[in-house]
Design a binder for this molecule. Structure first.
Ligand SMILES: Cc1ncc(C[n+]2csc(CCOP(=O)(O)OP(=O)(O)O)c2C)c(N)n1
Length: 382
């Protein structure tokens, strides 16, 4: 068996069913096998994979990430402020560039500093260089689940050189036919003066949220939700700006019941690619509703205006990313009516709001407490 197949067998042994990946030439064979053997979710940016993996874990399943060493630079904040703080096990098979027969100068800095970065942030890693280092990969999987932590599995190109699979073979040039018609649907919309604040919108929604799985955006949205409608099946994000819908997607992939994400305009603008990853997975997440609380501002940090305030219509952006069930709402009744409707998902409700925050306290729960009560509560939900 070649080394790539050995890894696939290990993934199966550890009951890992989802793979979140972003390509590196050195792992193209592994990626092809992943596509054949697991639920494969190609990413546009590594960071969203950390959010999706977190959701998958919260919902009771296992995932692996596969990407190039530079991807650590693209995902470190989510790895620390989400996966490390909430103790989420994420084995990461990292194609370790920049250290072995590297021809690309630009690969060197991230590659050379990779172990140092992990040491500095106190995340564990293993080095995989020799053929029989597959046992180290297995040890890393065990450690991730025993200690509930993300772990780096740095795989050198030297390891792949020893695989029976001949990587130097030219790629087969067989692609599906590239042809698609794109109809934007509601191609023009107008945003008019908002009527209510985020607090009033969440207040209107409380009945719709009761006993549902709810993921809430970082900062004041979570604090307002905690004050208005705390329940164990609410997941409050204390960090990881931009990851709310990614976490929601991960949970929606595993669960059948409705998963509601309370997201924000700045959050979506910092990680808009999640909209595309959601629609890419639409056959597996028709239970996902994104309530996009658009106050045109970074409300939580003092209402600094975002591009959404006057330049980007986020409903149209969602449509451009492939959402076809979207609505705009301004008034509490509209929000309630759209939420109540049983319509196919993934769906996105673009709620136009005034900037402004209610005077609310910090959430008096630790990250681990939030996670434990959330996982216990949603275990009962289909
Ligand atoms: C990486 C990172 N950058 C910036 C921040 C600071 N920050 C916290 S919340 C937030 C803006 C949130 O705005 P939005 O998502 O629109 O939600 P709102 O508070 O307006 O409801 C920012 C910039 C952060 N926590 N992390």
């Amino acid at each position: 068996m070649d080394l790539e197949n050995e890894i696939i067998e290990l993934l199966k042994k550890y009951k890992i069913v989802y793979a979140l990946t972003l390509p590196c030439a050195k792992i193209k064979r592994l990626l092809n096998l992943t596509e054949e053997n697991l639920h494969h979710i190609p990413l546009s940016r590594e960071e969203e994979g950390v959010g999706i993996s977190t959701g998958i874990h919260l919902a009771g399943k296992r995932s692996v990430m596969m990407f190039q060493s530079g991807g650590i630079g693209n995902s470190l904040n989510a790895l620390l402020s989400l996966a490390k703080v909430y103790e989420i096990p994420i084995p990461m098979i990292i194609s370790w560039r920049g250290i072995y027969k590297e021809k690309i100068e630009a690969q060197k800095p991230m590659g050379e500093y990779l172990p140092g970065i992990f040491e500095a942030v106190e995340l564990p890693y293993v080095l995989v260089e020799e053929k029989d280092d597959t046992k180290k990969i297995e040890e890393a999987f065990s450690m991730a689940y025993e200690k509930s932590i993300p772990i780096g599995i740095f795989v050198s190109p030297k390891f792949w050189e020893q695989s029976e699979y001949d990587m130097s073979k030219p790629d087969e040039e067989s692609y599906p036919i590239r042809k698609f018609a794109f109809v934007l649907g509601k191609a023009s919309t107008t945003i008019t003066e908002p009527k209510i604040t985020r607090y009033r919108a969440i207040q209107a929604l409380t009945n719709q949220l009761t006993n549902k799985i709810v993921i809430s955006n970082i900062g004041v949205p979570s604090k307002e939700l905690f004050k208005l409608s705390d329940q164990p099946s609410n997941f409050y994000m204390l960090g990881s700006f931009g990851m709310a819908s990614a976490i929601g997607l991960g949970i929606a992939l595993v669960k059948e019941s409705e998963v509601i994400v309370i997201d924000g305009d700045a959050s979506i603008l910092t990680n808009p690619n999640i909209l595309g990853t959601i629609t890419q997975e639409k056959n597996y997440c028709n239970n996902l509703t994104v309530l996009l609380m658009d106050n045109g501002a970074c409300g939580s940090t003092g209402n600094q205006l975002t591009l959404a305030f006057s330049k980007i219509d986020l409903e149209l952006l969602a449509r451009a990313y492939g959402f076809d069930n979207t609505h705009k709402a301004y008034e509490p009744e509209e929000i309630i009516n759209i939420c109540k409707k049983k319509s196919y998902g993934p769906r996105l409700l673009h709620i136009i709001l005034k900037p402004g925050n209610a005077d609310v306290e910090n959430i008096p729960l630790s990250a681990i407490k939030i996670k434990e009560r959330f996982m216990n509560a949603i275990r009962m939900i289909k």
